[in-house]
Design a protein around this ligand. Structure first.
Ligand code: SF4
Length: 210
């Protein structure tokens, strides 16, 4: 896809939704970190439901450790992988207290050293908390960008590297949220809503549903 077309797509997204927001609800850096860890293989709606109750009781590393593994597991058991997630969260809280004075670190290496935090999660934190111009490639971003023709990549890592090269700096901050929202509500995996899509004239997908 040409730079001109890519810019047109990004301009359209920025006009319609200048400051897109994540759908995960949080009121601190730590809450977002925990919510993103919880969001693996779970919907944002379910995570918000669980964290509304969890954060009412415990929303700091110290208070989650005081709660203990068993109670944490009970609180998040509606979510997929809750056993593993509860262990990861407890261990993350221990590291945050021992190494980072209870704060969420602001660089990729330190974030990825936390249990349950992979490259995508670290990029979400860097992007959405620390306002860094990085691009978190999740399943929506990967599918939509390949489908539209912005990239032609086979792995999430290659997609991220390519996007970092071709997306203008001024559009990187909101790129992740624009494409997650577009993938979730318009360009869905099985039934994309091409007839109402604002970028359909720029999209190279061969099987548009008009
Ligand atoms: S035209 Fe269809 S396939 Fe292309 S971006 Fe829009 S919804 Fe997705």
């Amino acid at each position: 896809m040409s730079n001109d077309k890519l810019n047109k797509i990004l301009l359209l997204f920025s006009k319609v939704n200048p400051k897109p927001k994540m759908e995960l609800k949080f009121s601190s850096d730590f809450e977002l970190l925990i919510s993103v860890i919880l969001s693996a293989q779970s919907t944002d709606r379910m995570v918000n439901k669980v964290t509304k109750s969890l954060y009412g009781i415990a929303n700091t590393p110290v208070s989650i450790l005081s709660m203990g593994l068993h109670s944490l597991r009970e609180k998040i058991k509606q979510l997929g992988l809750f056993n593993k997630k509860s262990v990861n969260i407890i261990n993350t809280c221990i590291i945050l207290i021992n190494k980072y004075q209870g704060r969420v670190p602001n660089n990729m290496t330190d974030l990825q050293s936390l249990p349950g935090v992979g490259r995508k999660t670290a990029n979400v934190i860097l992007n959405c908390i620390f306002n860094k111009n990085v691009i978190a490639v999740d399943t929506h971003v990967f599918r939509v960008c390949n489908r539209i023709g912005i990239i032609q990549e086979k792995t999430v890592f290659d997609a991220e590297m390519r996007l970092l090269k071709i997306v203008p700096e001024s559009f990187k901050l909101y790129f992740h949220n624009w494409f997650v929202l577009h993938g979730r509500y318009v360009c869905s995996s099985k039934l994309p809503k091409c007839s109402i899509c604002l970028i359909s004239h720029l999209c190279k997908f061969k099987h548009k549903r008009m």
